[in-house]
Design a protein around this ligand. Structure first.
Ligand SMILES: [Zn+2]
Length: 86
């Protein structure tokens, strides 16, 4: 999945005091993934939300989020995004 980051492209960035909103264009050949998605990065708690809702549905970060994390060089990954065993 992480390799698929290469199909993502940031086409727009809106920044406010509380959050950055990236518009990500996914150029994947698979029409299921193809399209534009909005990833919001909340600065207060480094929480990420993507309009594809993958995290809400499966508990896994989507590549749009990974793309934003990589772009932003976020080193401390949001705790909430990692569900630890036990
Ligand atoms: Zn996504």
């Amino acid at each position: 999945m992480i390799a698929s980051i290469s199909s993502c492209m940031s086409i727009k960035l809106e920044e406010t005091e509380e959050m950055s909103t990236f518009t990500i264009k996914d150029t994947d050949k698979n029409p299921k993934h193809h399209g534009q998605f909005q990833v919001s990065l909340f600065k207060s708690d480094s929480k990420l939300l993507c309009s594809c809702c993958r995290f809400e549905l499966s508990g896994q970060l989507c590549r749009h989020c990974f793309y934003v994390l990589r772009m932003e060089s976020v080193e401390i990954y949001p705790k909430a995004m990692y569900q630890q065993d036990g």
